[in-house]
Design a protein. Sequence first.
Length: 390
Amino acid sequence: MAYKALILLPLIACLLTWCVFPFTVWIAKRYNIVDNPDARKLQKEPIPVLGGAAVAIGIFIPLIIAAVVFHVPMLIIELVIMVMLLFIGITDDIYGLPAWFRFMVELIFMWFFVWNTQLLLNDFQGLWDMKDLSMYVSLPLSLIAGVGIINAINLIDGVDGYSSGYGIFANLLFAVIFFMVGDTTRGLFSAICVASLLPFLLHNVFGKKSKMFIGDGGSLLIGFILVCNVFALFSTYSHSGQVICEHGVGVVAMALAILCIPVFDTLRVMFNRMLHGISPFTPDKTHLHHLYIDMHFSHVGTSMSIIGTNMLIVLIWWLSYKCGASINLQFYIVVALGILATFVYYPVMRICQKRNNRLWQFMLRMGQKTHYEEKGIWLTLQQIVDYGIF
């Protein structure tokens, strides 16, 4: 039965999201739950913004089944928090919530999560020989890291296919990792998330009549799912983390490599805002995806470029591990790559933009090559995903 669930539950998740998607589009348009264009946003017309609800339904039902089948009460705790985050996110999409209020709510939810699951960042799994951290250190560290990851994913939701595509990429890696170390429940959890995000990604990227944004509800959901996976790797209560460490894998480096671009780009943006005397929560157009749009990349080209860069960082980390790099060195390599891909790359390209030099002109030509909308297979896929929606 367990092996059947590994196949059936992700399939159910995918079908559920695909089936409820038309209804969420209809509800969003019927009640004007849309993301309106403004000077900061990239779309030119109002777009329905209830994609997170469709993805959530695809995740929640299989997750409940998994909790019952595998007798894992922790999944129910995580499900409760996901429901609350979805509600907060959708409320923010409709009415708009103050940044400080959302931050405090996320902090409370993270405290509820770590307190009830005991999944804490209390062991760095070999990095700097830090282990068995006291509750006074591990609890605030866990709260800050958890809220930070959630908001990092929330802030990358700026172009079509980015947040959902990244969510698929990251959860797919976590699914492989957990299945390899024998943590079937956590691997299934990640696989369900991947399967639920796939239909949304197709509509978000290729849909015209059925196009919808995932919204804050969906991005907060993806962020928390990644927090659950990361904490499961770090915690001393996680069987998977202990096995990985024994084989010389830098768990901190591995997790940071998977989260690299969203985390480092968010740190760069917030640091830059504070450097200019602006609140770190003030929205602007200084994210990495805005740079690619300015280089005339399409939305899909932008998403693929950034996610591809993150994939390359994971690959380089893996090669460093296979070449025998120490756990500390693996971490330093990932940090250096994260800084290079965000803190260095962004300002250098902005300087190139001002000078309009050869590198900038080259990137403009590369960006133009990513535009395939309304042509060939793109038009065919658009018709496929829109079929039956209206």
